[in-house]
Design a protein around this ligand. Structure first.
Ligand code: FAD
Length: 380
């Protein structure tokens, strides 16, 4: 019988294998990855300077350990170039591998906005352990980092690099940080705390050019001002990797569309993690992928199981001003109400019936998360 093939050894692929082996030790499983296949927790990448961790120290095990511990074949440094659904094979350049079931756990890719200039080789992104190793090497012995993007990843790195002794400039086109996750009052608490730590914010502008300047770069912003730094860390956003699925004719939207059983528009192909759009939800976080891995493992072991998302709050690792939030669904009308005490903000979003539909907590108010989670309706 052909094996189950999983594309991706990130948290989604790895946890699916781990959960599947609790239920089924025999069915052959092959994991394929274009990276080095080391097992690591991606959220740790944006706390590595605070904790003084090099890439090797963040790796929890190599691909051989995964293969042995979970009776699987792990092939690293291989890129799936196509899916032949009619033949039920994945294509790796000249090679073809047959599957019984295929799981897409291929993650999200970094969005790269168009930039001009001759300093683009000093613009880095960190979306996996290998990126992190390259960035650590590049930034060693340097002093100043310009971060583009003030979302979760940009703010976490701003805090982390500052803790690591770097001068950080952060450019965010929207006039405040974490605009997609927080209401303005909570954003202000975070940017204020990070400013006090030493982060210099450039709000309402974007980076147009990055040019070489001495040993570093000079970035030109959209208002004509310039910022000099040793290098740039681009954290503008992530997008689900859908190209492979799209080329194979699978249904895609923002992510690879799957039903609550994580099944794509092809009955033998599933998707989970950052690449997936689960019943309309694209959530690039760990909690949803863990729930999906548990459910999909059961389905693959023969017990059809829909995933249940419950409440999925987002924690932001900015120790200068910790954040936990549950953004209200876009289609829900309602109002925010706030209690603000310095950096400690409690924002509650209620709909017209008075039902809690979202929250934003910063500082000490984060302690209320458990109580509030119980009041929130499940996502599904
Ligand atoms: P990935 O880890 O991206 O894995 C994708 C895999 O697919 C890789 O193995 C890759 O090699 C492989 N692949 C892709 N295409 C191919 C191909 N064609 N052929 C072969 N292999 C392929 N979430 C939280 O919940 N809390 C946090 O605090 C948090 N912090 C974060 C901090 C940072 C810096 C980042 C970048 C993300 C953070 N996240 C956080 C998000 C979270 O880490 C991700 O949601 C999660 O790790 C995604 O896992 P994944 O397995 O879906 O994707």
């Amino acid at each position: 019988m052909s094996p189950i093939i999983v594309i991706g050894t990130g948290l989604a692929g790895f946890n699916l294998l781990k959960e599947l082996r609790k239920l089924d030790q025999e069915t052959p499983v092959i994991l394929l990855t274009s990276d080095d296949g080391r097992n690591y927790s991606k959220p740790m990448l944006s706390t590595g300077f605070t904790k003084s961790k090099q890439a090797d120290e963040l790796a929890m095990g190599g691909p051989e350990q995964t293969a042995t511990a979970f009776n699987a074949t792990v092939r690293t440094g291989v890129t799936v170039t196509a899916i032949d659904r009619a033949a039920k094979e994945v294509v790796l350049g000249d090679e073809r591998l047959a599957y019984s079931k295929l799981v897409l756990a291929c993650g999200a890719e970094v969005f790269r906005p168009p930039l001009e200039g001759d300093g683009l080789d000093r613009v880095y992104t960190v979306n996996d352990l290998m990126d992190y190793a390259r960035f650590r090497e590049a930034v060693a012995g340097k002093k100043t980092v310009l971060i583009t993007g003030g979302g979760l990843i940009g703010c976490e790195f701003a805090n982390d690099l500052t803790n690591g002794g770097y001068q950080v400039h952060l450019v965010e086109p929207v006039g405040r940080c974490l605009p997609a996750l927080l209401p303005e009052q909570a954003s202000l608490a975070v940017s204020d705390a990070l400013s006090k730590l030493g982060v210099v914010f450039h709000f309402g502008v974007f980076v147009q050019r990055v040019d070489q300047h001495g040993d570093g770069v000079r970035a030109t912003l959209s208002d004509g001002s310039t910022v000099e730094a040793d290098l740039v860390l681009s954290a503008v956003g992530l997008r689900p990797r859908i190209a492979l699925a799209e080329a194979a004719g699978l249904e895609t939207g923002r992510g690879i569309r799957v039903d609550r059983c994580l099944r794509t528009s092809d009955a033998d192909i599933y998707a989970l993690g950052d690449c997936a759009e689960v019943d309309g939800h694209v959530l690039l976080y760990v909690l949803p992928l863990m729930a999906a891995a548990r459910a999909l493992a059961k389905t693959l072991a023969g017990e059809e199981t829909p995933v249940s998302y419950g409440v999925m709050p987002v924690s932001i690792k900015t120790p200068a001003c910790p954040v936990v939030c549950m953004p209200p669904p876009a289609e829900v009308a309602g109002e925010w109400e706030f209690e603000i005490d310095g950096h400690h903000v409690k924002g509650l979003f209620r709909d017209a019936e008075g039902q809690l539909r979202g929250y934003a907590l910063t500082g000490d108010a984060c302690g209320e998360r458990m109580k509030l989670n119980k009041e929130l309706p499940a996502l599904f």
